[in-house]
Design a protein around this ligand. Sequence first.
Ligand code: PLP
Length: 425
Amino acid sequence: MKEETIVLHTGHRRDETTTSVAVPIYQTTSYQFDNTEHASKLFSLQELGNIYTRIMNPTCAVLEERMAKLEGGVAAMAVSSGQAASTFSIQNICHSGDNFISSTDLYGGTWNLFNNTMKEMGIECRFVDPKKPEQFENAIDEKTRCIYGETLPNPKLQVFPIEEIGKIGKKHHVPLILDNTAAPYICKPFNHGANIVVYSTTKYIGGHGLSIGGLLIDGGNFDWEKAGDRFKMLNTPDPSYHGAVWSEAAKPLGPIAYILRARVILLRDLGSSMSPFNAFTFIQGLETLPLRMQRHCENAKEIADYLSKHDKVDKVIYPKLMSGDHLERANKYMEKGHGALVGFELKDGVDAGKKFIDSLKLFYHVANIGDARSLAIHPSSTTHSQLSEDEKLSAGVTPGYIRLSIGLEHIDDLLEDLEQALNNS
Ligand code: PLP
């Protein structure tokens, strides 16, 4: 099946009891066992089935199956937010005393998590500039458990060198985890060497700004056993689960050791599960994701072209308008469009940036991306205001930088709003 069909049909055709075509919201905490033997088989994982909604739920399961198939992975796990997805993606394979390597170009919340909270947990994050892919290799040692990056990080919008860094990871038996939040449908990280994909479903998957959620997807393409001691958490007996060895326990189920452990250990112990109602809203969004992404990308391309010719604009930051390695990677990895985030720098700096935002009539002024509606923000005075001037510049935030998340409105209306706001800035 092609993507447009997967998002409508995978994991659910009709409800077995009621024949409902729409995916029902299974708003329940628990599930009645057939008898004591059945219950005991479920708990010991001899048989798979519903036990308790903190760990699994049939509405969430449809979202998980559809997203795993769409991405070309083998299994997925829904969680309560994108932040929970990033946290779990690391915690599932990193103990205190371990380290992992991350690209410097990250969403601010992820940067804080890696630089501060993970450090407090005893997990060291080694940051490397993705402009220098070879330096990822220099940072790997015997305690390195994974490499983490974002496919299309904003504000720089320079596409991550997926294949180059995937190869380095493979050479050292270290998996590559990619946050694909800004590029669902248009980029398929597993095709280029990523092993785990994380999402904030809050953005394009939901697409309508309704719910907070996240997902982890297992590519099933990393040999945890071969990596041996590097992954003790998957390859040695787990005392919290009757000595189960996850890479062994997963064998009858497929190459899903990573997601199996995440579900039965992290969801069991730390919670952060997705509510069935939120899963339902994400399923509604997902059904139109391919169509929406096409329109998002078309509108963004026209807006980037328009801004690049405007005399109040110094520079436009958009993957298609880059050069050298950045353009090459954008064309190679963003197979179905260059995304819907557009950055630009106003010639007259901070004051012009603020005036521009205050003059917008159609674009919403919010700290979000990936909504059906168009959104704008001036990072220097908002999301990045706590950083020093040097830190802002290394994050790609100049004083007059504006970030646009282009929505699905008619292009003429969007251009008219930008024109009048630029005239007032
Ligand atoms: N990853 C990226 C790229 C994001 O932009 C965000 C939020 O803006 C997150 C993760 C965190 O997602 P959430 O807000 O769902 O926790």
